[in-house]
Design a protein around this ligand. Structure first.
Ligand SMILES: *[C@@H]1O[C@H](CO)[C@@H](O)[C@H](O)[C@H]1NC(C)=O
Ligand SMILES: *[C@@H]1O[C@H](CO)[C@@H](O)[C@H](O)[C@H]1NC(C)=O
Ligand SMILES: *[C@@H]1O[C@H](CO)[C@@H](O)[C@H](O)[C@H]1NC(C)=O
Ligand SMILES: *[C@@H]1O[C@H](CO)[C@@H](O)[C@H](O)[C@H]1NC(C)=O
Ligand SMILES: *[C@@H]1O[C@H](CO)[C@@H](O)[C@H](O)[C@H]1NC(C)=O
Ligand SMILES: *[C@@H]1O[C@H](CO)[C@@H](O)[C@H](O)[C@H]1NC(C)=O
Ligand SMILES: *[C@@H]1O[C@H](CO)[C@@H](O)[C@H](O)[C@H]1NC(C)=O
Ligand SMILES: *[C@@H]1O[C@H](CO)[C@@H](O)[C@H](O)[C@H]1NC(C)=O
Length: 863
């Protein structure tokens, strides 16, 4: 062989090597694959991530077309991949070559907009991959509508198939012969997943004999992924390049009594793959408060709506950065009230501070009594007598495992017809030109976008009302509404012939007028505890001993019907410890009646400066504010729809017998923002003194309007004076203005309630007032989100509690820890929300022995 031919040979040889390398790199996609379906040439998304066209992966493309969405909703996080779609009219398969021994994350993006010639409400999809059914009869339209999201993301984690390709097959479900059936998809991601699962995961529950399931060979759908005690983590900040989103856990919290914290530590992963979770998950956590006695009695619980008849793998992420010894913090872990692990001790697991670990447990969720919920509960282990009675959680993931038929598909959520009707009506009122767009965008504006999308991965919230004491009064459980022959024993689901959606009806108890009359002694005047625009509020007793507040509409009130319906619709869906609960309703003849939990301690306002002689301590006030902030934060970010309260004030913050603060009065609430603007235009409603100036000027409502009002509440609590007090010198009449002025002059301290003098530490004062002042910023954009406010308040409360501890330590157990005992004589005190569309006297006299000049100054009809 001469030199030349050798070079020639070498050349060919090198080319061959290059070619093989090229072939293997296309054959096995180790790099993440992002497909912008239906686009000609891909494109970059808002994070500058590149998405490629999907055509070359289609192996039966002739039954599909590429198209572009007809509408562009402002809450779309990015045009790529959502604005283009592949519409699939017959079975269509994508094929991806993969490493046969790797797990993969398959993430699908759906934007249920209308597409040219296709009405998205007719789209039902079956999605299978290899032999697994991922979605069945899936309507992106119904799901997005029920969750109030513009777009949906479904994420699956697929076990290694022992095959060098994954096929993803879409098939439209034919629903009727008349309408074209089709499926569609906007984006597909396929990412290699490192080995993150164990082959033996303990199955919790006696009935399962504590067996195990194999995580390694399981196919799963990610249902929830939470950065517990922390903030939203964007996909680009995820670890391991897995592009996962980690959401705030507050919307799923059940109950209170927790604190969140952030550590300034380097996370030492040791043996744990970094892809398990980003360091930011481990740097933030939620634990209980500092009082061991309270902690011993309390549980920390999260609840999740899930599909029944599936096994779930629940992954706990832990990292202790506060303690470093074994038996300092030991707690029990429960899943659906069954013990998963009784002696969780993070340091015992990890060996030290700042070292993370994760623990997996599995549980089967059956179809018992229609409850489709997963409860995760932590409780300090009292038997082991740890040094600190406390719990800890840094992150939580919940995966649904495929069932014995290789199925992962759940049902479509049940949308509320009434809610839709109302929203469409609102929409039409705002923008009569908008047609064809049926859905409403929730939660995605400005900085709030991040948390708002938390519910995207979430399924329908079909939370059933739990009414204490109703088990005895079974006769009054009538799941039937709108049928005047009411007491007939019709079985099965409700048959709503009326205004209300079946969803609301099933969530609520229906009362007959007879029951209501007997509860209130035939609407006896002596039982009236409040009067508002809607009508009178009565105290009542149902089921023998359960105290309730009963709101009876004034039949002549025109706003009544709408607000009645809004309130049932809203409240029947919203369940939160810090929101007043609706127990049920009655509509019979001309009567419209709403039945609520009875709030034994009445309004926040009356404990600040009205009537009662008790003075709440600074800590008690903070406690109540934290509760109220949680309620509002939940309204803004946690519910199916972003809800703007519109009438935040101290009379709408109520306390129950245990001083748990609850936000009330949703009669004015708006879901929003929707459509082609990120605010809701509306007739200005609300209460003077609390009204967002921007909202007033521009008549545009955003959730920051609530933040403004809450800022006024914060000052009201600090200063113990009304938002408006016309009896004061002119520059002091409006609390908000006065506070801003005082801040400029540096005289804020002079405004503080004399009862609090000397009890607020300078640091707390600074933090608290800084936050309150920011809430009062002229422009909504400059105001913090409710989540930020909540964070600050919890921080301040924690500081104060710490302070107390040291003080108590010095006095050596004088008052027995941090529990608050407030002597209240009048336990019959109640305030159901007085609807304050009118400026009633009660609102504006700040001192009962003083006359009220203000109601004459403002014309109540002027709003
Ligand atoms: C396939 O994945 C395994 C680990 O999951 C790895 O060891 C192997 O090198 C991969 N094969 C190829 C051809 O990339
Ligand atoms: C990622 O994290 C960094 C640092 O915490 C933060 O500044 C940045 O805003 C985050 N990126 C996104 C897209 O949220
Ligand atoms: C975090 O720790 C570093 C070094 O220990 C320190 O310089 C920094 O100020 C700390 N940050 C905070 C927010 O405490
Ligand atoms: C769960 O399974 C039971 C028994 O097979 C069935 O009756 C029920 O409808 C299923 N529930 C759901 C939500 O699929
Ligand atoms: C767990 O127990 C609580 C009461 O202790 C109950 O209200 C709740 O429904 C139970 N949860 C489940 C999923 O069984
Ligand atoms: C805490 O939760 C566990 C399991 O759900 C339950 O057994 C226990 O009674 C609860 N304790 C309290 C104080 O609610
Ligand atoms: C498909 O979903 C729709 C909407 O949720 C439902 O009405 C219908 O019964 C479902 N069809 C099947 C076959 O499950
Ligand atoms: C889409 O179909 C639904 C039900 O089939 C219908 O109510 C709606 O008006 C249609 N929308 C458009 C824009 O045609």
């Amino acid at each position: 062989m001469n030199a030349n031919s050798f070079h020639h040979f070498l050349h060919i040889f090198l080319n061959l090597i290059q070619l093989t390398c090229f072939l293997t790199s296309t054959a096995i996609s180790a790099a993440p694959l992002s497909l912008n379906c239906g686009s000609k040439d891909g494109g970059n998304d808002a994070d500058n991530r590149k998405w490629e066209p999907d055509t070359k992966y289609l192996i039966s493309g002739h039954k599909s077309i590429s198209t572009t969405a007809l509408t562009h909703e402002p809450s779309l996080s990015s045009d790529v991949p959502y604005m283009t779609a592949r519409i699939i009219t017959g079975e269509t398969t994508y094929k991806f070559n993969v490493n046969s021994t790797s797990r993969y994350i398959l993430r699908l993006h759906f934007y249920p907009s209308n597409y040219p010639n296709f009405n998205v409400s007719n789209s039902y999809t079956i999605l299978t991959t290899n032999s697994i059914t991922l979605l069945n009869n899936f309507s992106a339209f119904i799901t997005a509508e029920a969750l109030s999201q513009a777009y949906l993301i479904k994420e699956f984690s697929l076990a290694a198939f022992n095959s060098d390709s994954i096929t993803v097959t879409f098939k439209p479900v034919s629903r009727s012969t008349r309408s074209k059936s089709f499926a569609f998809v906007n984006g597909i991601e396929l990412i290699t997943e490192p080995d993150l699962f164990d082959d033996k995961v303990g199955l919790v529950g006696v009935s399962h004999n504590y067996g195990t399931i194999d995580g390694v060979s399981s196919n799963m759908q990610c249902m929830f992924r939470l950065n517990v005690g922390g903030q939203y983590i964007h996909p680009t900040n995820d670890s391991g390049g897995l592009m996962r989103s980690w959401y705030d856990d507050t919307p799923y919290m059940f109950g209170a009594g927790t604190v969140t914290h952030i550590a300034n530590v380097t996370i030492d992963y040791r043996d744990l793959p970094e892809a398990t979770a980003p360091a930011d998950v481990y740097r933030t956590a939620r634990s209980q408060g500092p009082d061991p006695n309270t902690n011993k009695q309390g549980n920390v619980t999260w609840t999740f709506p899930v599909d029944a008849n599936f096994t779930y793998l629940v992954r706990f992420h832990f990292c202790d950065y506060q303690h470093d010894k074994v038996n300092q913090r030991v707690f029990e872990i429960y899943l659906n009230n069954e013990t998963a692990f009784a002696t969780a001790d993070v340091i015992a697991w990890t060996g030290g501070k700042g070292i993370p670990t994760r623990k997996d447990y599995a549980i089967y969720v059956g179809d018992k009594s229609g409850e489709e919920e997963l409860w995760v509960t932590l409780h300090t282990n009292i038997q082991l007598e740890p040094e600190f009675y406390d719990v800890l959680l840094n992150g939580l993931e919940i995966f649904k495992l495929s069932d014995s038929k290789s199925n992962l598909a759940g049902r479509n959520p049940v949308p509320s017809e009434m809610m839709q009707k109302q929203l469409i009506a609102n929409r039409d009122a705002i923008d009569p030109d908008a047609i064809g767009v049926k859905h409403v965008v929730g939660g995605a504006m400005g900085g709030a976008a991040t948390i708002g999308v938390a519910m995207m991965v979430v399924f329908v919230i079909r939370r059933r009302r739990r009414v204490p004491g109703t088990d005895s009064g079974v006769t009054s459980w009538l799941p039937l509404y709108g049928n005047s022959t009411s007491k007939s024993t019709v079985s099965g689901k409700s048959q709503c012939g009326s205004n209300l959606s079946s969803d609301a009806v099933c969530n609520c108890r229906y009362f007959s007028l007879v029951e209501i009359k007997s509860a209130t002694n035939n609407f006896e005047e002596g039982n009236v505890i409040g009067v508002g625009g809607f009508g009178k509020v009565y105290k009542g007793v149902i089921d023998g001993n359960m105290k309730v507040a009963i709101k009876r509409s004034n039949p002549s009130s025109e706003q009544g019907v709408n607000e009645f319906v809004t309130e049932i619709e809203m409240l029947s869906k919203l369940r939160h410890r810090h929101l007043v609960s609706l127990i049920g309703f009655c509509e019979e003849g001309n009567e419209m009646v709403l039945v609520y939990d009875y709030m034994g301690k009445g309004t926040l306002r009356e404990h600040l400066y009205k009537g009662n002689k008790i003075t709440l301590s600074w800590k008690q006030r903070l406690d109540i504010l934290v509760g109220a902030a949680k309620g509002l934060h939940y309204l803004h970010t946690g519910a199916k729809y972003t809800i703007i309260h519109r009438d935040v004030k101290t009379t709408n913050i109520l306390c129950d017998d245990n001083w748990v603060a609850k936000v009330s009065d949703f009669g004015l609430s708006k879901t929003g923002p929707n459509l082609n603007q990120n605010h809701v235009s509306t007739v200005v409603k609300g209460s003077f003194g609390y009204l967002d100036p921007e909202y007033f000027r521009r008549q545009q409502l955003t959730e920051k309007s609530d933040v403004y009002s809450f800022g006024v509440v914060l000052f009201e609590v600090l200063c113990a004076r009304p938002a408006l007090n016309p009896n004061l010198p002119k520059e002091q009449v409006s609390l908000a203005d006065y506070a801003l002025q005082s801040a400029r002059r540096g005289t804020l301290e002079e405004m503080v309630d004399p009862h609090l003098k000397g009890t607020i530490t300078p640091e707390s004062f600074k933090k608290f007032t800084e936050c309150s002042l920011k809430c009062l910023a002229d422009h909504g954009l400059e105001r913090p989100s409710m989540g930020d406010v909540l964070w600050t308040l919890e921080f301040v409360l924690k500081q104060e509690t710490k302070g107390d501890e040291t003080r108590n330590d010095k006095k050596s157990g004088s008052t027995g820890g941090g529990t608050v005992e407030v002597p209240i004589q009048n336990s019959d005190m109640i305030a159901m929300h007085l609807n304050t569309l009118n400026l009633d006297d009660d609102e504006y006299d700040y001192d009962s022995d003083d006359g009220n000049a203000f109601s004459q100054i403002v014309d109540p009809k002027g709003r």
